[in-house]
Design a protein around this ligand. Sequence first.
Ligand code: GLA
Length: 325
Amino acid sequence: MILKNEFLEVEISEYGASIVSIMVPDKDGKKVDVVLGYDSLDKYKRQTKYIGATVGRCCGRIKDGKIKIKDKIYKLSQNEGKNHLHGGNIGFDKKFWQARKIDDSVEMFYKSADGEENYPGNLNVKVTYSLDGESVVINYSAITDKETICNLTNHSYFNLNGYGDVLNQKVQIFSNNFIENDSDLLPTGEIKSVTNTVMDFRRPKTIGKDINSDFYQVKLANGFDNNWIIKNYNGEIHRAARAFSDETGIELEVYTDLPGVQFYSGNFLDGAENGKNDMPIKNHSGFCLECQYLPYAVDYKNFTKPILKPGKLYNKTIIYKFKTK
Ligand code: GLA
């Protein structure tokens, strides 16, 4: 399904409620596809890197798949070693969503049954993609009939050149603090200051500058793969991060009303299959800025928990805004 206006052209797929492509004009007016993706459904079915997908019911890692809701322990499916990752074995990224196009929007619906991947409650989810000038606006809404966890994100891998690696592209994250990971890339719950570390992206920095640093967090992940806590978060939509390429002049701004952003430099991309236009999808071919509730928050009292109760509406927004200079 295609959404198009005078500036952007976006392709959305029912499989995984995914973004397949985002075409943005570069400084010479040439259209550049700024996200990684595949040109066949079979490749989407085979891929394991969540490229472009809606991730849920809970994005990020959960230790031993164990969550506690209303004093009851649930053991979610363990699909990454002993841990739960990105919704489980067959997460929202591997489901066919029902879609309907309304004017400048695409609405996608999925009913996640009580017990799916061992999550409690029937969860009715709607993802709406729409264009607003130079922005791709993604709205997530969900309701449940039993208390559950719900933390949805979009897993687009951006490459603002449309080819090659992203090491010369600059990223800025509006955050003073990141969440420490352990060797399984599970958050330890420790909130660390970015000051005097390579995790400081308060000023724009090329992704490649410190990607081989011996800072312990970068070493554990073979690059960047942490959650940054967005500065001055107050539940309103605010700017979380920014990225740009001097080569194409394309700039991306990420806005959200969620409290954290996972900056991931594509360290697990392994070249397994080429993407659209035969582009290799390998280490650092793209980067992600995944807006979300802080990962693994269910277990730490200092993180807002992504708990959804019956009668409450989950309603969150992620905006990708593009400019060309
Ligand atoms: C997220 C995680 C990474 C990795 C990718 C998917 O961004 O933070 O560690 O699991 O998803 O490959």
